[in-house]
Design a protein around this ligand. Structure first.
Ligand SMILES: Nc1ncnc2c1ncn2[C@@H]1O[C@H](COP(=O)(O)OP(=O)(O)OP(=O)(O)O)[C@@H](O)[C@H]1O
Ligand SMILES: [Mg+2]
Length: 253
């Protein structure tokens, strides 16, 4: 059974036309599905449906066999621990009035995920795991660069030991070299914690670097979907070939 499955997902906002149109995919445990498409193609809308933040107009998302779309409040609370998200904008995502220690510990407190006495050491351990020093704990978000802030977002996302991370353009707002470091961090964390990723990007070179499977979205529809090797070596669609021909913005080693 796949860890995540999206079946015939469609979405329109209000009475407007569908912005996601009959999209189906699945992600096996430990795999990375790269969801690639240009701006406005519906990537974040799919992410929000996967996270249970918005309801699909039709179709369903299941996680570990359980419906996210039709989850009760109680079931949703349990699912929230297992599915976490990192958004594009590392500045907007962090409360400027909170110390890093409290930002990273917040999910642990909300979900009462560990005894009080263990919150501090666990928070320090989370920061170390994303390459930040313990001295960051008592500082505020504005004291950090974009890349460091994204590391803090990742630390917080990992706090509840989730199984699936939804990564919605996590490096698009960062400088090229900083973005490459974050992508490498994500790759290392995935191996270390057996994480499953839905990795969203408009950049095929990036998607290709991280993904085991690739789904190409064009105007709300999946125009191509298969293993990364299939898609990159023998793309069937002209649109996919255009994406593959794009020069890498990020040099990955
Ligand atoms: N809350 C909303 N209300 C109305 N329309 C919306 C809303 N959110 C997104 N849309 C529209 O839905 C379409 C898909 O948007 P979405 O944000 O999912 O695309 P995206 O692929 O994530 O784009 P980007 O690469 O710019 O992040 C766009 O036409 C957008 O204008
Ligand atoms: Mg988006």
């Amino acid at each position: 059974m796949p860890l995540l499955e999206a079946r015939n997902l469609s979405k329109s906002y209000g009475a407007d036309a569908l912005v996601v149109d009959d999209v189906s995919f699945s992600i096996a445990k430990g795999a990375t599905l790269g969801l690639v498409g240009e701006s406005g193609s519906g990537k974040s809308t799919i992410a929000r449906m996967v996270l249970g933040l918005i309801e699909p107009t039709s179709g369903e998302v299941t996680f570990d066999g359980e419906s996210i779309t039709k989850a009760s409040t109680r079931a949703m609370r349990a699912l929230r621990r297992r599915v976490q998200v990192v958004f594009q904008d590392p500045f907007a995502a962090l409360n400027p009035r909170m110390k890093i220690a409290d930002i990273v510990a917040e999910p642990l407190r909300i979900h009462r995920a560990c005894p009080r006495s263990e919150i501090r050491p666990r928070t320090a351990e989370l920061l170390r795991s994303v390459g930040l020093d313990e001295s960051a704990l008592q500082r505020f978000p504005h004291e950090f660069s974009g890349g460091q802030r994204q590391r803090i977002n990742i630390a917080r996302a990992l706090a509840l030991r989730p199984e699936l991370l939804v990564l919605d353009e996590p490096v698009s707002a960062l400088d090229v070299s900083v973005g490459a470091q974050i992508v490498n961090l994500l790759r290392d964390l995935q191996r270390e914690h057996q994480l499953t990723y839905l990795f969203i990007s408009h950049s095929m070179p990036l998607v290709r670097y991280l993904s085991t499977d690739i789904a190409v979205l064009y105007r709300g529809r999946l125009v191509e979907y298969g293993t990364a090797a299939e898609i990159c070596e023998s793309p069937r669609e002209t649109y996919t070939r255009t994406l593959l021909a794009a020069t890498p913005e990020i040099v990955l080693t």
